[in-house]
Design a protein around this ligand. Structure first.
Ligand code: TRP
Length: 455
């Protein structure tokens, strides 16, 4: 009854899916994690996680979506009728809604920083910490920016799969890659670049602890948009001749390259300024970097202007292709389940996320002391409950579902496009073995660690 769209081209599929993966997770969270976990050694573990765990799990999520060509909740219902697996689909949608709500707050900050850079307000700031704190804790401004961000997301979603998500990703992703390359070149020519590069390339294996391994695993998960139905929803728009394993490998490759390139922008810059530390934590991108842009380029303000503007525009674009993917997951469900048109379905999701996002914004300002959730406000609680509970549990269920519940024949048919691709039987067996045992155990370990049981 509902007309289902699909992505028109293979390059569109890769760019849209990579757009979902590449986001604040790569450019903001990855450097923060790398900085606080000791640099190169963390990166090596991270690479192992995305390659060994990320590619098979992403392929598993694609299988669910592409097999059924429907939204995540209906997909589980079709694959396992009458069984409770579909509840994971609902948990995924709840999770993605909560993530979108706090993510759009940070996305709003990036928009503010891009605007302030464009208007040269940024280069005049002397105390970047005070600038950030005043802005984030005010009542209206952060709220307006995140609402604007959600409305832009809405407008793209409303246009549908091919004309909205695909055509925007095909424009935004190449721009993003070009901006990154320009910024890497700029950062490498900064005075302290060499120390920054060493920090990224020379591993100090003494720094690898259990905690570092598990942080890398958690980061891999978030960065790849794994486990909560976002990628299944995109895969439901893939045509039947798309090679799922190869697409997953390309998306993981792009996502990882962007994360590493962000490291090559941020750390050379950080080491260019005396006193700036790589483990500045979440303020790295909003407090440390603007300070660096102003100091390093104090003799060449025009260059500082361009650098800062490009960097924050980069963050805005990366965040936008991710918010689109989160929004689409729920829009697709409402559209198909309740048979309302896409515009209405998208509006439902937009209204819900605006309300929740406003609450998250306020938790830095007027609602700062409103911390009813185990001592946390809305922003922290949404972040905590999604990253530490829903995502790991859904990840385990995803692996168990594809590994044990789906018939081997279904999995092989999807991996090989019903026999038209030549994928050796041992690769299929290894894939299933991985989902049955390795992946659930690895994720189980992150989960236990994040609960703090063995700290
Ligand atoms: N992966 C994105 C990033 O790195 C964020 C994101 C988009 C996400 N969709 C998701 C995270 C689904 C978890 C689940 O910024």
């Amino acid at each position: 009854m509902t007309e289902r769209g699909s992505f028109a081209s293979k390059i569109g599929i890769i760019l849209a899916t990579a757009g979902s993966a590449v986001g604040l997770g790569n450019i903001w969270r990855f450097p923060v994690e790398t900085g606080t976990n000791g640099g190169a050694a963390f990166i090596i573990i991270y690479l192992a996680c995305v390659l060994i765990l990320g590619i098979p799990m992403m392929t598993a999520e694609f299988i669910i979506g592409r097999r059924t060509h429907t939204n995540i909740a209906t997909a589980y219902k079709q694959l396992a009728p009458g069984e409770p697996w579909f509840l994971t689909g609902y948990a995924g949608m709840l999770c993605v809604t909560l993530i979108l709500s706090y993510y759009s707050v940070v996305a709003g900050w990036t928009l503010k920083y891009a605007m302030s850079s464009a208007l040269t307000e940024m280069s005049a700031v002397s105390d970047t910490a005070a600038f950030f704190n005043d802005f984030a804790s005010s009542t209206w401004a952060p709220m307006c920016y995140s609402v604007v961000f959600l409305v832009i997301t809405h407008l793209i979603i409303e246009r549908g799969i091919e004309r909205g998500i695909e055509s925007f990703s095909k424009v935004l992703m190449p721009i993003l890659l070009v901006i990154m390359i320009v910024l890497v070149a700029g950062a490498l020519s900064m005075p302290g670049a060499k120390t920054g590069v060493e920090f990224l390339l020379k591993p100090d294996f003494g720094k690898i602890t259990g905690d570092v391994v598990l942080s890398a695993l958690g980061q891999a998960f978030f960065s790849l948009s794994l486990a909560i139905g976002c990628l299944s929803t995109y895969a439901s728009y893939f045509k039947n001749d798309v090679n799922l394993g190869q697409t997953a490998a390309s998306v993981v490759g792009l996502d990882t390259s962007v994360a590493i390139l962000s490291g090559f922008i941020i750390f050379p810059a950080v080491f260019s300024v005396a006193g700036a530390s790589p483990d500045a934590g979440p303020g790295l991108v909003f407090i440390t970097l603007p300070n660096i842009f102003n100091n390093v380029f104090s003799g060449m303000p025009a260059l500082g202007y361009v650098f800062s503007l490009l960097f924050y525009v980069l963050l805005v674009l990366a965040a936008l292709t991710s918010t689109i993917s989160m929004h689409e997951e729920v829009t697709a469900f409402v559209h198909e389940r309740y048979q309302v048109n896409r515009l209405r379905a998208a509006s439902v999701m937009t209204v819900i996320s605006i309300v929740l996002s406003v609450l998250c914004c306020l938790s830095f300002g007027p609602l700062k002391d409103f911390t009813p959730f185990f001592g946390m406000g809305f922003f922290d609680f949404f972040n905590y409950v999604t990253a530490k509970f829903i995502m790991p549990i859904s990840g385990i269920i995803l692996c168990l579902f594809v590994g044990w519940r789906l018939k081997r024949q279904v999995v092989v048919e999807e991996l090989t496009n019903r026999g038209s691709l030549h994928i050796p039987a041992w690769v299929c067996s290894l894939f299933i073995f991985f989902l049955r045992w390795m992946a659930p155990i690895a994720i189980g370990l992150i989960f236990v660690n994040e609960l703090g049981i063995w700290k």
